[in-house]
Ligand binder design. Structure first.
Ligand code: C2E
Ligand code: CA
Ligand code: CA
Ligand code: CA
Length: 278
């Protein structure tokens, strides 16, 4: 066994070591950066069939002191693996609720709902529901305006417990979306049992909806499914007028994507929604 260990060391790839060092460094940076408020929420509009902005999805960014603004793809997985996702998730919930409460006091913005992404690990914590309600209460936000986005992977673990948590929060007014719908393994019976309000059609299906008949069929099926289960739907990743046209023709009621706006800081979203002073 000792000899095998030596072999492992001998064949160890030095670039892998460098990668591990960089990861460990980024993890330390995140651990320190969290309490220093280096995270920031960007907001992306969700629009209805008439083009009105009805909601905003909160998407986290990290203003790293040396590396600049980092997208979630660069640190969420690291946060999941290190457990920092719990502190990060709490920060996001608090910040999104504070934003919601602030918008509730402004004409022209008070109708907005805010969607918050919840990681599986965060949702599975025993105190998750209390954490959400604490954030809502501390901020003064209306729970009816808060939507939590979950992914299918999270349902696989303990469906009964997931249902109980969701039902409890829903009774307080919070609503739920199933994010990236179509990419996971939800069976239809799961879907029927989960106390959901909305499905979000993953943008990988929207992307090729005009050129790939399979994707078109999937999108139509999700829309029909949502309708028969009485769920709302948002199509993600809408980038072109022709994608929008297809989705509209098939009865999709809400859209999100670069066609309507990229994720931006709250102040920028506000100025795009409020009539400019004139
Ligand atoms: P998601 O929840 O599916 O969020 C949508 C992602 O698609 C965002 O990427 C958004 O910028 C991007 N997007 C929106 N419209 C378009 C479009 O028209 N075209 C294309 N190509 N992309 C579009 P972002 O902000 O980089 O976030 C990536 C992922 O990171 C999110 O995917 C979500 O899973 C995760 N994430 C973001 N914020 C949080 C958070 O606060 N907590 C947790 N746990 N995860 C988060
Ligand atoms: Ca999402
Ligand atoms: Ca999504
Ligand atoms: Ca996605």
């Amino acid at each position: 066994a000792k000899g095998a260990g030596r072999n492992v060391v001998r064949f160890f790839d030095p670039s892998l070591l460098a990668q591990m060092r960089a990861r460990a460094e980024l993890e330390t940076d995140l651990r320190l950066g969290l309490p220093r408020d280096e995270l920031v929420l960007y907001y992306q509009p969700v629009v209805d069939a008439g083009g009105a902005t009805i909601a905003a999805e909160a998407l986290v960014r990290w203003q790293h002191p040396q590396r600049g603004l980092l997208a979630p793809g660069e640190f969420i997985e690291l946060a999941e693996q290190s457990g920092l996702i719990l502190a990060l998730g709490r920060w996001v919930l608090d910040a999104a609720c504070r934003q919601l409460a602030q918008w509730a006091g402004q004409p022209g913005l008070r109708e907005l709902s805010v969607s918050v992404n919840v990681s599986a690990r965060q949702f599975r914590q025993s105190g998750f529901a209390q954490e959400v309600l604490a954030a809502v209460q501390a901020s003064g936000a209306r729970p009816e305006r808060l939507r939590l986005e979950l992914t299918e992977s999270l349902m696989l673990s303990d469906i009964e417990e997931s249902i109980a948590k969701m039902a409890y929060l829903r009774a307080q007014g919070v609503s739920f979306s199933l994010d990236d719908f179509g990419t996971g393994y939800s069976s239809l019976s799961y879907l029927k049992r989960l106390p959901l309000d909305q499905l979000k059609i993953d943008r990988t299906f929207v992307r090729d909806v005009l050129s790939d008949p399979n994707d078109a069929a999937i999108v139509r099926t999700i829309l029909a499914l949502a309708q028969s289960l009485d769920l709302g739907v948002v199509a993600e990743g809408v980038e072109t007028d022709s994608q929008l046209e297809f989705l509209r023709q098939h009865g999709c009621p809400a859209f999100q994507g670069y066609l309507f706006g990229r994720p931006v800081p709250a102040a920028l979203l506000e100025s795009s929604l409020l009539p400019s002073a004139a």
